[in-house]
Design a protein around this ligand. Structure first.
Ligand code: ATP
Ligand code: MG
Length: 360
């Protein structure tokens, strides 16, 4: 059972607080992802867990042991960094077995573990090559092999796919997910790519400026973002957001672009805010549809169409605002064509205009 608990972690570099009162629990065998924009403190959090950085206050607990004062090499953690730094003059075999040889493990154990790890990562045929004779994805797998050969308690990965091209990224991430499931190693993964986080994680921790904004399963974070920032960070293209006013019991009045249009919505009924309050309404591009010539829905006109093969991404003008809607691949409409946008039942998100917090 390898659980990790962070209790009120604080970390500053000079006057700037990089991690602000961060508390979180990682379950045994869980794949947890720290997600957030550049500079939000993801790498710093990982380095604190690994012991490469000390915390100013708070406790880090691994397997019920407070590790604040335990040096990194005694924490039994494997870490794969963004630039995975293989030893260029060593073969793949020597790169992978390095951590075991360093600890003077018996030869037969080294051989056995090497065979196991190489088979698991499908690199058995590459063992005699040097890193520069490998593709990016192969190098990546060697770096993972080197991290795993010690049977670590905990696996930390910091943007491990950032050097890979788009195709290889998607391939390698499937491999990593399978491997993690197979080995059942508690894993903390860092990325700023929301799609990667969605695809891999049991739970996602969304961070911003050293603060934890939301923790939840990919679906929870995607379907019920706690605020506008999380709503727009999750999903690509991001959620559309329009200004509106709540008209209790069951209406929202769109402002700006949509020129006072009043929508009757179940979501407005549930909103925990009072009549007349300013709100923001959000909907995801894939939760809305546009009908040319329709007089119902949010009035809009076609601004531009972008086919992707699997669907048509439509950018529409709502007054002076642009919103995006995902349409089926065969959709066609002329630029300037007018119609209405309708948002699927239950798929309108309502946020308080002042705090940006979700209210329905
Ligand atoms: N050793 C350091 N000295 C001073 N400031 C630091 C140090 N390490 C990190 N920082 C600052 O702390 C903040 C968080 O950095 P961190 O590397 O944790 O961000 P990140 O979320 O990993 O970002 P990225 O996605 O760009 O890797 C940044 O503003 C960074 O400049
Ligand atoms: Mg980083």
């Amino acid at each position: 059972m390898v659980r990790v608990v962070l209790e009120n972690i604080e970390k500053s570099f000079g006057p700037v607080k990089t991690i602000n009162n961060l508390s979180l629990e990682v379950g045994d065998k869980e794949f947890l992802t720290l997600l957030g924009p550049s500079g939000c403190g993801k790498t710093t959090t990982l380095r604190c867990i690994a012991g490469l950085e000390s915390v100013d206050s708070g406790r880090i607990i691994i397997e019920q042991r407070v590790v604040n004062n335990i040096p990194p090499q005694e924490r039994d953690i494997a870490m794969v960094f963004q630039n995975y730094a293989l030893y260029p003059f060593m073969t793949v075999r020597d790169n992978i077995t390095f951590p075991l040889r360093l600890h003077k493990a018996p030869k037969d154990k080294v051989e056995r573990k090497l065979k196991e790890v190489a088979e698991m990562l499908h690199i058995t045929g590459l063992l005699d090559r040097k890193p520069k004779q490998l593709s990016g994805g192969e190098q990546q797998r060697v770096a993972i092999g080197r991290a795993l050969i010690r049977d670590p308690k905990l696996f930390l990965m910091d943007e491990p796919f950032s050097n890979l091209d788009a195709t290889l990224r998607v391939q390698t991430r499937s491999e990593v997910k399978r491997l993690q499931r197979e080995l059942g190693i508690t894993t903390i993964f860092v990325t700023h790519d929301q799609a990667e986080a969605m695809a891999l994680s049991d739970r996602i921790v969304v961070m911003s400026k050293g603060n934890l904004l939301q923790v939840g399963t990919p679906n929870q974070v995607y379907e019920s973002p706690v605020n506008v920032l999380v709503a727009q960070f999750m999903g690509s293209p991001p959620m559309n957001v329009l200004d509106a006013r709540l008209q209790k019991p069951d209406k929202v009045e769109l402002r700006d672009g949509a020129g006072g249009l009043v929508l009757v919505r179940e979501e407005a009924k549930r909103a925990t805010s009072i009549d007349g309050n300013n709100v923001k309404v959000g909907f995801r591009p894939e939760d809305a549809t546009f009908s040319v010539g329709a007089s119902e829905g949010i009035p809009a006109e076609v601004y531009v169409e972008e086919p992707s093969g699997t669907h048509m991404l439509l950018t529409l003008k709502v007054g002076d605002r642009l919103v995006k809607v995902v349409m089926p691949a065969g959709f066609k409409a002329a630029i300037g064509a007018k119609g209405g946008i309708s948002v699927a039942e239950g798929k309108l998100h309502i946020f308080d205009a002042n705090s940006d917090l979700r209210i329905s």
